[in-house]
Design a binder for this molecule. Structure first.
Ligand SMILES: Cc1ncc(C[n+]2csc(CCOP(=O)(O)OP(=O)(O)O)c2C)c(N)n1
Length: 218
């Protein structure tokens, strides 16, 4: 969000894994979503903490043996799509790295979208093959044409273990103001207020003197 703030004309991507986006740094998504920051987040899910050599992540399926689950994962799996819907992320899509052309189209749509876009990409890891390559190829199906791309769809067949696993855009809100526009409007409003009055007024009606620019508050 910092990069977008200083260079609003840039298309800004954030790219990370399931461990990063849903575990270690998962708390950030809620806040980027409520600001509707105009960033494109590619969350690449290989169902494991790969770089650190194979620990269970929030999306490692139950029963899977990993470095941190020698007797098999016993937790339930985190379902990212319903979570993004609950956060009101304004563009949500799921695709797989095994379908490069469709993935390219989804990423293009995410770039065109004004506001926060998450492209959730299922991507089997060759070193820690929790997502089996052939199985992954066979379980994906395009989202049905009549799929309701609204909040009613929350949690409905979008689970991380559901089969078939649908790919495509689950949700898109076009009319919500995005963070950079809101902050620009807010700033120009505040500058106008400051120019016309030296008194600060809270929304509850309390007011007090505000020092002029360059003066020293006592
Ligand atoms: C706050 C924090 N904790 C731990 C790490 C160490 N770390 C670096 S990569 C990584 C695994 C990330 O896994 P994932 O996001 O699933 O990506 P993958 O390596 O599988 O592509 C961890 C735990 C870190 N970089 N930052």
């Amino acid at each position: 969000m910092g990069a977008k703030t200083v260079a609003p004309d840039l298309t800004v991507f954030a790219i990370g894994g399931d461990g990063d986006g849903l575990g270690i740094g998962g708390g950030h998504i809620a806040h980027a979503a409520r600001k509707n920051a105009d960033i494109k987040y590619l969350l690449i899910d290989n169902r494991v903490y790969g770089l650190t050599k194979g620990q269970a992540s929030p999306t490692t399926p139950p029963g899977e043996n990993t470095k941190t689950s020698p007797f098999g994962v016993y937790e339930d799996t985190l379902d990212a799509i319903p979570m993004f819907l609950a956060y009101d992320v304004s563009f949500i899509a799921r695709m797989t790295s095994l379908r490069v052309k469709e993935l390219t189209e989804v990423i293009k749509a995410a770039i065109t979208h004004k506001g926060m876009a998450i492209v959730y990409i299922l991507s089997p890891c060759r070193t820690f093959p929790i997502l089996d390559l052939e199985e992954t190829k066979s379980i994906f199906q395009p989202l049905p044409e009549d799929y309701a791309r609204d909040k009613q769809a929350q949690g409905d067949g979008n689970g991380v273990l559901d089969k078939p696993m649908y790919t495509g855009s689950f949700y898109q809100v076009r009319s919500r103001p995005w963070r950079e526009a809101r902050s620009r409007d807010r700033r120009s409003h505040a500058e106008h207020e400051t120019a016309s009055s030296t008194r600060w007024r809270s929304s509850s009606g309390v007011s007090r003197d505000v020092p002029q620019a360059g003066s020293v508050a006592t």
